[in-house]
Design a protein around this ligand. Structure first.
Ligand code: FES
Ligand code: FES
Length: 215
């Protein structure tokens, strides 16, 4: 890319500068012109880019194809490599039961099961889940029959706003499968990654405890 620079600026009369040497005014005019061109065109790695080159770079975001099973249905999709499992579920598969609370691994609202283990889907890259089996809250019931823990949440009135509830239930299912349910204290410890702003913890623990006892 060529940048057109302004022509030499003659020194003011009586300045004492020679016409062949670059004057201070010439230097400032040249620097300003080059700087302006760099800002307008964009600089990446020291190379000036025109607008079309920028567009090409943006379109070339790395993406991958991934095949996985979600709630018993095989799905294949090509996604940006940076896509989280949570965004894959919510934005690509329209499974919005998994909630985005913090998007940083701190609240547990996005908890799902991957190959039977509970994970924060906001911290899990979708492209790493080739052939994985994912279970979300939408896939927990057996037809019209709720999962026992879903039913226990209703029976125990273990939620208020419900925002954390899908993650709490998936985490509770994992907790029961792992066998961390010998006491309310143990359940609290192993469910501590799931935050409930409504403060329903006593009833959540009771729902998990009762479901584990019925197994
Ligand atoms: Fe994933 Fe909060 S949204 S842990
Ligand atoms: Fe409202 Fe848990 S029920 S955040």
């Amino acid at each position: 890319m060529s940048v057109e620079l302004p022509g030499p600026v003659p020194p003011p009369t009586g300045s004492g500068e020679s016409s062949s040497a670059p004057s201070r005014r010439t230097f400032i005019a040249t620097s300003t012109a080059v700087g302006g061109a760099a800002v307008a065109g964009g600089v990446i790695g020291g190379t000036l880019l025109t607008a079309p080159e920028e567009a090409t770079a943006a379109e070339a975001l790395p993406s991958s194809r991934v095949s996985l099973t979600v709630n018993g249905t095989r799905r294949t999709v090509t996604v940006d490599n940076r896509t989280s499992l949570l965004d894959l579920l919510r934005e690509h598969f329209e499974l919005t039961g998994s909630k985005k609370g913090c998007n940083a691994g701190a609240c547990g609202a996005c908890t799902v099961l991957v190959d039977g283990r509970r994970v924060n889907s906001c911290l899990t890259l979708a492209v790493r889940l080739e052939d994985a089996e994912v279970t979300t809250i939408e896939g927990l019931a057996d037809g019209d029959e709720l999962h026992p823990l879903q039913q226990a949440f209703i029976d125990e009135d273990a939620f208020q706003c419900g925002y954390c509830t899908p993650g709490q239930i998936l985490s509770g299912v994992g907790c029961i499968q792992e066998g961390h349910t010998d006491s309310p204290e143990e359940i609290r410890e192993w469910m501590s990654g799931n935050v409930c702003r409504c403060g329903c913890y006593v009833k959540i623990v009771r729902a998990v405890e009762q479901t584990a006892a019925r197994k």
